[in-house]
Design a protein around this ligand. Structure first.
Ligand SMILES: [Fe+2]
Length: 281
């Protein structure tokens, strides 16, 4: 089945996804990293251009259901209780209902609805297993889990890559597909993911908030001398260039208002190279 790609539809949904992510102070650049990890894995296993496009878009949009999660839970600066976690686990269902009548539903559904399913059928929300659990969903799942493990949160540091790889290895055939996981681990060991790890965009490093944790994600619009606000503690920082690299310097003000911004680079990363149509099998 041929599926026509409408550039403005793609732009609108990815724009929305970047603002939803910016509203969450603990996941700076998560969706960009997930999409890039997933593309790298997809390329290595020989996915078609059409499939790579679906993986890219799905990685950017997979957590769109978080728009329906109560801020007291979504923005909680600490581990969730069991009841709160049950609410958080609703986000794939919320995402599904959000996109169910959207024209892009056929190419978004796997990433949005299935990215927390497990290869062994013990995931959520539906305990799906292959073939219902598609390859695209399993690729997104590995990319999502690896980023969650290696990213910092205000209440805990991200784990070292080596430890995350051991967990991936241990979860082969359980949480994750065997073959896909092996390929992903090899990519990581070979350094093919180094430009993604700890970044929030092409050549954009995540910055460190000296007050609460390393979760400031500058957009490409943030240049030298610009102010940027930590989304978690609302600390005010000034962008500076030191020895060729951009850094942030705390201004001393902790009362800045935080406004989630569209990440136009991330939107453009997919909008500027769109296929006219793709084939859905
Ligand atoms: Fe998720």
């Amino acid at each position: 089945m041929e599926f026509r790609i409408d550039k403005e539809l793609i732009r609108s949904i990815v724009t929305l996804a970047t603002v939803i992510e910016a509203k969450d102070p603990y996941t700076g650049g998560h969706t960009w990293r997930v999409s890039q990890y997933a593309i790298k894995l997809g390329e290595k296993i020989g996915l078609s251009e059409d499939e790579l496009f679906i993986v890219h878009l799905g990685g950017l949009v997979h957590d769109i259901g978080k728009i329906g999660i109560n801020d007291a839970i979504l923005l909680k600066p600490g581990p969730l209780t069991d009841d709160e976690y049950d609410v958080m686990k609703q986000h794939p269902n919320i995402g599904l209902s959000l996109i169910s009548s959207h024209p892009l539903f056929p190419i978004l559904k796997d990433s949005v609805f299935l990215h927390h399913e497990r290869f062994d059928g013990r995931g959520y929300p539906n305990k799906e297993i292959p073939p219902n659990l598609s390859r695209i969903a399993m690729i997104t799942s590995i990319a999502d889990a690896f980023d969650a493990m290696t990213s910092n949160r205000p209440y805990r540091n991200g784990m070292p890559v080596e430890k995350a790889l051991l967990i991936l290895e241990d979860e082969k055939g359980k949480q994750f597909d065997n073959d896909l996981t092996s390929v992903f681990i090899d990519l990581c060991i070979n350094g093919d993911l180094d430009h993604i790890l700890g970044h929030c965009g092409d050549d954009r490093l995540l910055m460190t908030c000296s007050q609460c944790g390393p979760i400031i994600a500058p957009t490409s619009k943030h240049g030298e001398g610009d102010h940027i606000t930590c989304p978690a503690c609302h600390g005010d920082y000034i962008m500076q260039r030191l020895e060729g690299n951009m850094k942030v310097e705390f201004s001393g003000n902790l009362d800045n208002a935080y406004v989630p911004l569209v990440d136009e680079d991330t939107v453009n990363s997919i909008v500027l190279n769109l296929p006219n149509q793709i084939n859905l099998t």
